[in-house]
Design a protein around this ligand. Structure first.
Ligand code: SAM
Length: 200
């Protein structure tokens, strides 16, 4: 099955962030599901959740392997979703994406935020996991080297500036709630729709 060691390492710390937010948030859209390890682990660990995973059309068949094998009631077949294409009509309580914004081009990251805003229910959350720069600085030397490596593969990719993505989130109607420092030089960023009933 498709496998990522990083997913094995980070799934428990990410679960702790997700768990803290799941009292009111039950339906999840995952963007860039990759190997499906996060989808299966989170759907198994949080059975009250309905976890809809997705990935670009070229990668969705590989995502289906692990998810279909898991046969979990709260984990339906993954959907094809390219952030640059058409998005599902349905709205969700939470949109989740890990290790995707540094893989996408800057235009794709813009489309990611523009697409997420209208897909969130009132009070909905966006949780993004991955490496970020702050005020133009990498948080660690290894993230700087990772950024160089990413750019040799694809010059349009790269570790994103937190301030830039937070501005895109703001334009999409999302306010930053939390910024968690996570293991392996990553962050878990949590935004909430501005029209959250809980916060009015
Ligand atoms: C490094 S993998 C991360 C996968 C998984 N979320 C994880 O944490 O291991 C990057 C993912 O971004 C997805 N991706 C790249 N461009 C995308 C786009 N335009 N729209 C949606 N997903 C995209 C890739 O297909 C891939 O699954």
């Amino acid at each position: 099955m498709p496998f990522s060691q990083a997913c094995e390492n980070n799934k428990l710390p990410i679960l702790q962030v997700l768990r803290a937010h799941l009292q009111q948030h039950k339906t999840v859209l995952e963007i860039a599901g990759g190997t499906g390890q996060h989808a299966v682990y989170f759907a198994q660990s949080l059975p009250d959740l309905y976890w809809q995973s997705s990935d670009i059309p070229a990668n969705v068949d590989s995502l289906k392997i692990r998810i279909n094998h898991a046969k979990l009631e709260n984990l339906p077949e993954p959907k094809p979703l390219d952030v640059n294409g058409s998005w599902p009509e349905q709205c969700y309580d939470l949109v989740y994406s890990a290790n995707s914004l540094h893989i996408m081009s800057a235009d794709s990251v813009r489309n990611f935020f523009a697409g997420v805003g209208p897909r969130l229910n009132a009070g909905g959350l966006l949780i993004v996991y991955g490496p970020f720069k702050y005020k133009g600085e990498f948080t660690t030397e290894s993230n700087a080297r990772f950024d160089e490596w990413l750019k040799t593969r694809d010059p349009e990719s790269g570790v994103r500036d937190f301030e830039w993505v937070n501005e895109l989130a703001d334009h999409a109607g999302l306010d930053l709630l939390e910024d968690h420092a996570m293991p392996a030089n990553n962050q878990a960023l949590v935004w909430q729709t501005r029209n959250s009933p809980a916060r009015n």
